[in-house]
Design a protein around this ligand. Structure first.
Ligand code: PLP
Length: 281
């Protein structure tokens, strides 16, 4: 089964998937992206991802050269061609290629790329045991709600986690938790599921939305409020959400166990329901 590479409307080999050194994505991080996945060949929440992609494009004044149905058709065709039952789809659009100058050049054509690769699922063993994470200062800009290519602070945060031998770095801005370097943050306290509210400082995660829907449908109490960083160590349960990690229980933060140091009951209920939805859709 092949890996798929798609560049500006054409399926190409990896060797021919080349963009100019003058591309603004490469020089300025001037572009946006999405990571989408499939379950058994079915693309999960494609409309939600494309809606966010369109919003990111609008927010950075990047006119999309194709409609949602055209984009869907290309992604569906790429997935079929790959044949991977569990695939990771990466789509990216940059402002395009032009001689380097900060303001938008006139008449520039966007560069669109897509890859469809085999997804390595998040380790079932880690999912069962729970993961550890550290906290770190949130060094990102003021528009983290845009899924832009400027990921250097996220890269540095992930590297810090890796060096510490843990799975994720939870970012903290002005004493409040924002999100992980690749995930949204949740905690459970007194049976209520709490997560930071949508703002310019977090990505509106597609999985975050689904977790909130599931929690509400199970009649759980849901709180979208700022979470002071010092409160997380006193949580009854902590978990993260994201397209590739789905729902992952967190059992230790900064070396301190959360509650009894095991995945909590509410987290496990949400995980089960999430799995049922993912396999059903
Ligand atoms: N927050 C950040 C910073 C991310 O990079 C991601 C996913 O990559 C998420 C949250 C989770 O978003 P989603 O559930 O849409 O994958």
């Amino acid at each position: 089964m092949p890996d798929i590479y798609f560049l500006n409307g054409q399926f190409v080999s990896l060797e021919n998937a080349r963009v100019s050194i003058n591309d603004r994505g490469f020089q300025f991080g001037d572009g946006i992206y999405e990571v989408i996945r499939t379950y058994h060949g079915r693309i999960f929440h494609l409309d939600e991802h494309l809606k966010r992609f369109e919003k990111s494009a609008r927010e950075i004044d990047l006119p999309l050269p194709f409609s949602r149905p055209e984009m869907k058709k290309a992604i569906e065709e790429a997935c079929l061609k790959s044949g991977y039952p569990m695939a990771k789809i990466y789509v990216q659009m940059t402002r395009g290629e032009a001689e380097r100058s900060h303001a938008f050049p006139a008449g520039i054509k966007p560069t669109f790329i897509m890859t469809v690769l085999k997804l390595s699922p998040f380790s079932p063993a880690l999912k069962a045991s729970g993961i550890e994470m550290i906290t770190t200062e949130d060094l990102r800009w003021g528009r983290c709600d845009i899924k832009s290519l400027n990921l250097l602070p996220n890269v540095l945060a992930q590297q810090k986690a890796k060096k510490a031998g843990v799975y994720e770095a939870l970012m903290v801005r002005n004493g409040k938790v924002t999100e992980g370097s690749i995930s949204n943050f949740f905690m459970v306290k007194n049976e209520a599921v709490a997560t930071p509210p949508l703002s310019a400082f977090i990505l509106p995660g597609v999985t975050r939305d689904l977790v909130l829907d599931i929690a509400r449908s199970l009649k759980m109490k849901v709180i979208e409020e700022d979470i002071p960083a010092e409160e997380i160590y006193r949580a009854d349960e902590v978990f993260l959400s994201g397209t590739t990690i789905e729902i992952a229980p967190v059992i230790k933060i900064d070396g301190k166990p959360i509650s009894n140091g095991r995945p909590g009951a509410i987290t496990q209920t949400l995980m089960k329901e999430f799995e049922a939805i993912a396999l059903r859709e």
